[in-house]
Structures are given as C-alpha cells and as structure tokens.
Design a protein. Structure first.
Length: 288
C-alpha cells in the first residue's frame, strides 16, 4: 500500500462570507468557556450549504423524483450523471446537457439532498454532509440505470470520486475543479469563525461521528493511492485562477489516481470553467 501523502492544500479557503469582528469576538469569548458548544454550533454551520444566487434551471427533459432527490433526464443512449457542488444545484451544469445529448448520450442531472429542489437530508432541514452527497449518487444510479460516466464539479467531484472508491461502478469519470480532501478546508473555516485549536479538535471528532467514518476516508488521493479496486478512466480539470478550490487539489488527485489525465487551464476560475467551450469538448470526448 502507498504511504499517506503529506502534500496538502496550502491555500486557506472557506465558503463562509466575511464574518463581522463582533461575531468573531462572541465566538472567541464562548470558545474560552464552552468549547463543546462552539464545536456543536460550528458543525451545524459546516453542514448547512449556502444558497447560490444563480437559480437558473435547465430547460426540457423529463422531471423525476427519487425519494427526496429531484432531477431531470434528457436524451437516449449510455447514461451520464451530472453532480453539482456544495451549495449548488443541477442548473449549474446546464452547459453540458446539450453537447452530451448531441453526442448520443442520456443525461441525468439531479439536486443533492438539502440542495435545489430536493428534500431534506438525513440531518433534516437544509443540512447535509459529503458522505450523504456521495450516497445520493448511488441512489440515483440505482433508480436510473448503469453509469457510462459521472461528471462531478467541486464538492460534487469529491463526492463522485469517493463513491467510486467505495465501489460505485462507472466506465468514465470527470472531476472538474475537485476538492482533494475537504477536511483541509477546516483550517480556513476555523480561522474565519475565530475558534481555537482545542475547539477545532472537538469539531473534527464530532464530524467523524456524524459521518460514521474517519476523516482520512474523505481524502481522495490517499484513498486512490491505496485502493485495490479497478478505477475508471478519469479526466481531472482544474484552473490556476480558482478562488474556491485549490488548483493543486486536482494535481494531487491526478497523481494518485491510476492513469488519470490532468488538464490545467488559466483564467476560468471555479465556475466559468463549466461554460468554457474547450472544457466542454474535452468532457464530451472523454465520456463518449
């Protein structure tokens, strides 16, 4: 087995908006006297996706609902599943639908639990977790047929990769601006809220209990380097100007994932890459 990678994201990012100094002061004061309370509140916030301002839907298709999961289906042929990121919705992947259908593929796009038009996750309300996003992909594939390919974006890419590493079957995989190990972003989260290392440790323990797995199990490159499963042919797409996910994450995954192809771009960022003509052509060529 390969040794765990010591190479981690060095870019501190968080999806939280700027926190007012007064809020950080309150968190800091509570942190000194009630670290368990702060850890519990921080985990609740961590598991609550922010709502995106982009609510654009995808026209056409056949709407479906698999349990609490809402989605749409277009076209005929081998099936490609589209998986959006944390706080997103299936409409963010709309630019891929037409080209994939034109290539003779059937496209299934859905909203993860607690996202978009889908219902609550296991935690209730608008809260969910990365493992639950990963399990949702299995649920949709079980309902709508074998996967020719899975295309995941951002946290959805991490969820897709983890699903495959847990045994989900697909012939092809595309990871767009993926997060290699979402737990490395805890540093930025703790810094933004202003809680201590002591509370951060309590937070991570609570996270492991909630996920029912070790945090190391969420490290995609580590899992890929140590798996004995046959892995699908994989395309990794990252952009050096990404402000939400460290572009080095894509490189880490590609190095650890047997036979993966890495494509680095410049100037597209975290979301515009999904609308880039060359990126779309690469994805369609890879899955078809």
């Amino acid at each position: 087995m390969a040794a765990p990678s010591s190479e981690k994201s060095t870019t501190v990012r968080t999806q939280l908006p700027p926190i007012p100094p007064a809020v950080r002061s309150v968190v800091g004061a509570l942190d000194r006297v009630a670290p368990e309370l702060v850890a519990r509140g921080a985990l609740r916030l961590w598991c609550t996706p922010a709502r995106t301002k982009d609510r654009t839907t995808i026209p056409g298709g056949i709407a479906f609902r698999t349990g609490p999961i809402a989605g749409q289906i277009w076209g005929d042929g081998p099936t490609v599943y589209l998986v959006h990121g944390w706080g997103g919705h299936r409409g963010q992947l709309r630019s891929l639908v037409g080209p994939l259908v034109d290539a003779g593929l059937r496209v299934v796009a859905y909203d993860a639990p607690a996202h978009g038009e889908s219902g609550p996750g296991e935690l209730g309300g608008r809260r969910t977790t990365l493992p639950e996003m990963s399990t949702a992909l299995d649920t949709v594939i079980a309902a709508h047929g074998p996967a020719r390919a899975v295309v995941g974006h951002s946290m959805g890419a991490a969820a897709s990769a983890l699903a495959v590493l847990d045994g989900t079957s697909t012939e092809r995989l595309v990871l767009v601006t993926p997060l290699a190990d979402p737990t490395t972003y805890i540093e930025g989260f703790a810094h933004t809220l202003g809680f201590s290392e002591r509370t951060r440790h309590r937070f991570e323990v609570r996270m492991q209990v909630l996920a029912s797995r070790r945090l190391a199990d969420l490290d995609v490159p580590l899992r890929a380097a140590n798996t004995r499963l046959p892995l699908p042919t994989t395309l990794v797409l990252s952009d050096r100007d990404d402000k939400e996910a460290d572009h080095a994450d894509g490189a880490r995954i590609a190095r650890a994932w047997p036979g993966a192809e890495l494509v680095m771009s410049d100037g597209l960022g975290h979301r515009r890459i999904l609308r880039d003509e060359e990126t779309i052509k690469r994805i369609v060529a890879h899955v078809s």
